[in-house]
Design a protein around this ligand. Structure first.
Ligand SMILES: [Fe+2]
Length: 207
């Protein structure tokens, strides 16, 4: 098994996804999944400290491939998109570990071959957290490209807060150790023990 990290008890809304074209596996077609996005007014929710330390999520460079104006969608999947499908989910908290609704998350990433769409909006999309601060993203695990390990970019924007720009990484990837930007604090909690992949990451945004 290439990698396996057990989920902590009580992780939110982790849903299965299908194995496809990681480093050694052939790509599999992605199903069409309807985007589900729920926007809500930015309000603070009661604290749920079980998955929140209050330590802000580290910021990272935006990189050269961000494009504004991505479509609002929780699924970046489209017919024929190759790669290992992933359902990433989690919550967004403030530093007091209050879950935040209506927080914008704008995701962008390379495809399974390490290529960004810099003309259209393939594998780009934004959404807002639900009333209890949750988000879900259906996508594929990105491929490596020169100089970089597998990663997903995201901007997390809450009303009245600084925008958090960062990147998420995957455990067990050999290239992580030679990527100068990689930060283990940004590892997704990933379960790839089955043909389906599910991952989780909770954000704590800066004040
Ligand atoms: Fe990148």
């Amino acid at each position: 098994m290439r990698r396996f990290l057990a989920f902590a008890a009580g992780l939110p809304l982790l849903v299965a996804c299908a194995e496809g074209g990681r480093a050694s596996a052939p790509p599999s077609p992605a199903p069409s999944v309807a985007a589900t996005t729920q926007a809500a007014a930015a309000t603070e929710r009661p604290a749920e400290p079980a998955s929140c330390s209050g330590k802000p999520t580290p910021a990272q460079t935006e990189g050269p491939y961000f494009r504004s104006g991505s479509p609002e969608r929780a699924s970046l999947l489209e017919p024929g998109l190759p790669g290992s499908q992933l359902l990433l989910s989690g919550r967004v908290f403030d530093r007091q570990c209050r879950a935040l609704s209506g927080v914008g998350l704008d995701f962008w990433q390379a495809d399974a071959s390490g290529r960004y769409d810099n003309v259209g909006y393939r594998l780009r999309g934004h959404q807002s957290t639900t009333a209890d601060g949750r988000y879900t993203l259906r996508t594929v695990i990105p491929g490596e490209y020169p100089g970089r390990t597998e990663h997903i970019h995201v901007k997390v924007s809450a009303a009245g807060k600084l925008v958090l720009t960062t990147q998420l990484y995957f455990p067990g990837v050999a290239r992580n150790s030679s990527d100068s930007i990689f930060d283990p604090a940004l590892l997704v909690r990933l379960d790839d023990s089955a043909p389906t992949h599910s991952g989780a990451f909770d954000f704590v945004i800066p004040s």
